[in-house]
Design a binder for this molecule. Sequence first.
Ligand SMILES: [Zn+2]
Length: 313
Amino acid sequence: MISQDTIVSVSVDLDGVDCYWRIHALSGAPPEESRHAILRCCLPRFADLFGRAGVKATFFVVGNDLVEDADGRRLLADLARDGHELANHSFTHPYELARLPATQMADEIDRAHDALASCSGRAPVGFRAPGYEISAQVSDLLCARSYLYDSSTFPSVPYYAAKATIIAAMRVSGRASGSHLGSPRVLTAPTVPYHPAAGDPYRRGDLPILELPIAVTPGLRLPVIGTSLIAAPEWIRKRLVAASVRRRFFNLELHGIDLADAVTDGIPSALVARQPDLRRSLAHKLQALESTLAEIRATGATFRTLEQVPPAF
Ligand SMILES: [Zn+2]
């Protein structure tokens, strides 16, 4: 199937180990030696993977990591120089961003914006909210800062249902996840790029910013993200990729932790016990992502960073 008109964007959310710690409501803070594992161990693997595949990607960076981790900051600056995009993933990755008072919300966006601009020498133009949850206030703040796009909407029914189940099960066992379910309105949001409405980011409207939803399959809205591609048997993975690349735009979202090696990267065992993806071998995960990129390339689709997408829509 030839699909030269398809644009494919690959993005990586660089959530640190502490983010997953909060999702699973683990006590205390993660061990010090694991704090920068994602930027120091996983990010170089993505840089190599994209280098071999000839893909320029978008990295969603948590601003505070640029302040705390000089090595990670240097690597990200190198990637930006090499043509990859650095985009805003908030300053401290608060899962409750969309519910924060306006000044704190603005502070999260602005401090990450400034940290990214000073790292790469270029102001970011794109945003992804922690935990995929946005609000009309977040959209307004991004518009006021002339951001070209937001890519937080993840309109997947099975993903939403799974998240609801996990959060409820944790509550029953007396643990409160740091993650939030977010509005069910996301389930009826468009699955193709759209300009959101003022007052409702999940409905079409005429705000200047472009919303770039994360990929789901047509119909069932199955999630097509790194986690599902790595977990699926190969024949299902191939079908998910083939269905996604038939669309005009394929927004493939990955996470830094997708290329973690739980043994050598010092990922805490408490986290490995709770995340099945951490118990898969790095070789398997690399192979799934490498094959995915090769299958996309073979269709004739064009890879673009997310900031290069808005003119096409
Ligand atoms: Zn994140």
